[in-house]
Design a protein around this ligand. Structure first.
Ligand code: ADP
Ligand code: MG
Length: 574
């Protein structure tokens, strides 16, 4: 290991030279209080900034064991450290100076959710932060002086302010950990409690705006109040007893007038697969870990998906048992999204009428009279929603303000009025008795088989004709994968670009398991198992700070949206 003074003298030596000379600072340096690791040096002031790590020994960092005594606590602690480092860097780093990204010290920036990230680690021996540094240059000439200020003045202050237990706000840290632990605790026990989702009393669901996920000001928001009949009490390790709305398995509808908060409630449940930071308002909105939001997605590609439970009898006898399309319609895309999710292990589906294809959701009596079933390929969701639960044990939570036909198939009906939920199950059943829907069920007695698919490795080529893989996230909802772009806009539970980055690399990593035998689900499971055992770092070639954890459901969703994907059909065994 080199000494910090070695770094200082290198920086002085290369001051004023061409940018490439920065490669000389790669290495590991002893800074006394911590170790500095310069893992990767950018080739150019405009390239992605250089990758750097700091390791502070626990003798100095001093995190008590109870801050990381379980996986749940550890992830929350690491998330907290990332946030603190980010904040300290805003305070102590002078920021951009020179050209390109010169002068920045930047760590991954978490949002409202608490995710496992590679930006910070805590072990028995040390605390590690991973971040990037824009090595400063004016013109393409190295500014050793500015670099020296960054490494010898700014960074030590950032480290001291964010990575030592003694400098942190103890209460805030423990709150962060305990809130996450409670959420994990509840999510893990939903099955036991006989629930698929939970929304705590006084949760605050609405957001500041469509582009700002922070909570709406309390003064403008109606907080959540559970209807008596759906009230359950749970006991959490830190918060103790909490009451809220427990949604049981089965078919559950959310109805109510437009603008009364239906979609906001559903959105909160979608994100209930993640933990939220204290103050978010949705800390105790908890969804089953295998909850999948489904929507229509016209234009997407579909590769040999068996959508026959929903669609058959297409014009010209097109096969729907292994349906392919380069440009799916609203209904076929929504059918494929459901089948693919089931194939990947979804247990709870969330569907909003706002983002559904109408002809996929409903087909009323009059339309049945006008267009006979032999001329309508689509079996609407209303005829499949109960079978989905009865045959496959998969529950649905459906926002539908526009069709009372669904009363016939619902277990519970929740009505939103002025942002407050009411249990109107009995009323809706009485109405269903009084005004018969007259429609005839279609599509047979059973849901139908789920045919698993086996992805073929050769169809994933990220090389762009070059030797190494070219994969990079382009914002949250898109991955450049070789010469193709994966469009993830319809994968609505993806919430962080670092997840997108990890998924992109995981797709490539997954090809090693695509041996022509493993199904999409099996491959996603194996990749997730590797990540669980070895950490997210397995996905990349060097320790980087910009991966965040993702689910197998989103990994499979990305694979399914890669337009070059080719599969072989497996045996149906679900
Ligand atoms: P719906 O789906 O029933 O038409 P939305 O969920 O889209 O309604 O909500 C309509 C508007 O009301 C949105 O701007 C949303 O932010 C706001 N809103 C939703 N829930 C609440 C609430 N509990 N308190 C205050 N405003 C809310
Ligand atoms: Mg809505």
């Amino acid at each position: 290991m080199l000494n910090s003074e070695d770094l200082r003298s290198t920086l002085r030596r290369i001051d004023g030279r061409g940018y490439k000379a920065y490669t000389d600072i790669r290495g590991v340096y002893n800074f006394g209080e911590y170790t500095l690791l310069v893992d990767h040096v950018q080739g150019d002031p405009f390239a992605s900034p250089s990758q750097v790590r700091v390791q502070v020994p626990q003798q100095l960092a001093g995190f008590p064991t109870d801050t990381c005594s379980s996986k749940s606590r550890e992830i929350a602690l690491r998330d907290f450290l990332t946030r603190m480092f980010h904040e300290a860097s805003g305070r102590f780093c002078q920021g951009r100076r020179g050209i390109g990204n010169s002068g920045i010290i930047s760590i991954d920036r978490p949002g409202q959710e608490v995710l496992e990230r590679t930006s910070a680690f805590v072990t028995e021996s040390h605390v590690e932060a991973r971040f990037v540094v824009g090595l400063p240059a004016f013109g393409r000439i190295i500014s050793g002086k500015h670099a020296e200020a960054m490494f010898f003045e700014e960074l030590p202050q950032i480290v001291r302010a964010s990575l030592l237990f003694s400098s942190l706000d103890r209460n805030a840290l423990y709150k962060h950990i305990e809130v996450a632990e409670d959420a994990d605790f509840l999510r893990e026990r939903l099955d036991e409690l006989g629930l698929v989702a939970f929304v705590a009393d006084s949760a605050l669901l609405p957001r500041t705006s469509g582009v700002d996920p922070r909570p709406l000001a309390r003064s403008q928001a109606v907080t959540f109040q559970t209807p008596q009949s759906l009230r359950v009490q749970v006991s959490l390790p830190n918060r103790g007893a909490v009451t809220g709305m427990g949604i049981p398995p089965g078919v559950n509808l959310i109805v109510g007038g437009g603008y009364h908060g239906k979609s906001t409630l559903l959105r909160a449940m979608e994100l209930g697969v993640y933990n939220h930071i204290p103050g978010d308002g949705r800390e105790l909105v908890i969804a089953h870990p295998h909850t999948m939001k489904i929507r229509a997605e016209d234009g997407r590609r579909i590769e040999k998906v068996d959508i026959s439970p929903f669609i058959d009898n297409l014009p010209f006898g097109r096969d729907t048992g292994a349906f392919c399309s380069e440009d799916a319609s609203g209904s076929t895309s929504q059918a494929a999204n459901i089948i693919e999710s089931l194939e990947s292990g979804a247990r709870v589906l969330l569907i909003d009428e706002d983002t559904s294809a109408t002809n996929f959701m409903i087909r009323d009596h009059r339309m049945q009279e006008l267009v006979s079933k032999d001329k309508e390929p689509i079996t609407p969701f209303i005829d499949k929603i109960r079978q989905l639960y009865r045959d496959l044990g998969v529950s649905t939570i459906l926002v539908i303000g526009g069709s009372g036909d669904y009363f016939d198939v619902a277990d519970y009906v929740i009505c939103m009025v002025d942002y407050k939920p009411y249990d109107v199950t009995e009323q809706s059943q009485a109405i269903a008795e009084k005004y018969r829907a007259e429609r005839r069920p279609e599509g047979g007695e059973h849901f139908g088989e789920i045919t698993e698919r086996i992805p073929l490795a050769h169809s994933l080529d990220p090389s762009k004709g070059r030797r190494e893989a070219r994969i990079s996230p382009k914002g949250l909802h898109s991955i450049a994968f070789g010469t193709h772009t994966i469009d993830l806009r319809a994968v609505e539970q993806l919430i962080d670009t670092s997840q997108t980055r990890a998924i992109g690399d995981a797709l490539y990593y997954a090809t090693r398991y695509m041996d022509g035998k493993e199904t999409v689900r099996q491959i996603a499971d194996i990749v997730l198992k590797d990540v669980m055992e070895k950490g997210l770092d397995v996905l990349g070639s060097r320790p980087a700070g910009d991966y965040a954890a993702f689910r197998g459901l989103e990994l499979a969703a990305a694979l399914n949206r890669l337009r070059t994907l080719r599969v072989r059909l497996g045996i149906s065994d679900l």
